[in-house]
Every structure is written in C-alpha cells, then in structure tokens.
Design a protein around this ligand. Structure first.
Ligand SMILES: Cc1cc2nc3c(=O)[nH]c(=O)nc-3n(C[C@H](O)[C@H](O)[C@H](O)COP(=O)(O)O)c2cc1C
Length: 190
C-alpha cells in the first residue's frame, strides 16, 4: 500500500513539474520569441536574418515586393533604374506582396535590410506603415557594401518618432557566434 501511495505521489510531482515547464515554454512563444522580418534583394541580408531567427528561435518573415527587383532595377549607376527612382522619392512606397502578417504576439521585432544610398529601401517604409508596430521594440539590422547603419536608423527615428527603435547593428560578414552575442544582449531582460 505504502509503495502505491509513494508511486502516486511521485507521478503527481512529475506531472506538476511538466505543467510548470510547459507554462514556461508557452510564455516564451507568446511573449519573448522575436519576429525577424527582412527584405533582401540579392540574398545577403537573407542569410543574416536566418541566423538571427535560428539563434533566437524567432519567427522568420521575408518582406516580398509585389513586383520583384530585377538586376536592372538594382543598378545604382543608372539614375532611371527603379531603385534610383524610388530612393530619389521619399514618398515612394513599393507595394508588398502580402500584408497579412500578424505582429501582435511579438514584443521584439528585428527589421533587416540592405543599405541603399545610406538609407532603408523604401519597401521597409511600406512595411512599417502597413503594420501596427506601436509598443514593440524594433531592432534594425543591415548589410551593406561598406556603409554604416546609423544614417538609416536616424532617418527611421525621425520618420517614426512614436516607435521604439534600438540602435541596431550592421552585420556584414559576421560569424554565427557574433550574431549570438549581439542578440543575447538585445534580448536580455531590462
Ligand atoms: C540600389 C542599391 C544601393 C546601394 N547603396 C549602398 C550604399 O549606399 N552603401 C553601401 O555600403 N552599399 C550599398 N549597396 C550595396 C548593398 O547594401 C549590399 O550589397 C547589401 O549587402 C545587399 O543586400 P541583399 O543581398 O540582402 O540585397 C547598395 C545596393 C543597391 C542595389
């Protein structure tokens, strides 16, 4: 009899422990797992975004333009190319393929992009203006041919002063370890 009671007690303790564990996990999923959104025209920012999603366990989401950019569109030597025309017009808002992303479950949103003319590509503005990002912690990251990220982040802060922007980071040719250290700092509870 004693043996049966002891076994029962052990089983009950174990299931309580399992419940507590599950609760912790589900909290992580609804509150602490970041969203990693990014635009990438030629694949460089895509790789970095995947690493961030991988090391954080976050949800990866690619910002896809309704009309894909061709290599002619990306020719920065051509003043008439699509990217030149868009970047010369602060009001340009290239259309998104999909605008149904639900951002509600995430407190932290990484936003990645290639630096174009020292700025965010205009499609990043389209994304920001198409989603309710108020109250979220927004973490910019970028890749570039050498330019820094600070010009683009200053412009984002100026354009969207009601949103909460962290300084972000340029992630050119960084190791997985470096990404891990950086996101560890970003995600540290304040
Ligand atoms: C239209 C255009 C403008 C660019 N402007 C800059 C720039 O101002 N500074 C810079 O360092 N790199 C610039 N680049 C290079 C990209 O930032 C760099 O190649 C980036 O890693 C590409 O990322 P992706 O492969 O994710 O599109 C530009 C590229 C394009 C297509």
């Amino acid at each position: 009899m004693n043996k049966i009671i002891l076994t029962l007690a052990a089983v009950m303790t174990m299931s309580f422990a399992a419940c507590a564990q599950n609760k912790g996990d589900s909290n992580m999923q609804t509150e602490n797992k970041p969203l990693v959104v990014y635009f990438s025209a030629t694949g460089t920012t895509d790789k970095v975004a995947r690493t961030i999603a991988d090391v954080t366990g976050g949800t990866l989401y690619e910002i896809v333009p309704q009309q894909a950019y061709t290599s002619d569109d990306l020719d920065w030597n051509d003043r008439q190319s699509r990217s030149s025309v868009e970047m010369n017009n602060p009001q340009a808002r290239p259309a998104l393929k999909d605008t149904k992303l639900n951002v509600a479950a995430h407190d932290v949103i990484f936003i990645g992009y290639p630096i174009w003319w020292d700025q965010v590509p205009r499609i990043i503005n389209t994304f920001i203006e198409s989603h309710d990002l108020k109250g979220k912690t927004l973490v910019p990251f970028a890749t570039s041919g050498g330019s820094g990220i600070t010009g683009s982040v200053s412009a984002l802060r100026k354009a969207y002063p009601d949103l909460k922007w962290l300084d972000g980071k340029l992630l050119n040719r960084v190791s997985r370890n470096a990404v891990q250290n950086w996101v560890g700092d970003v995600m540290k509870p304040q």
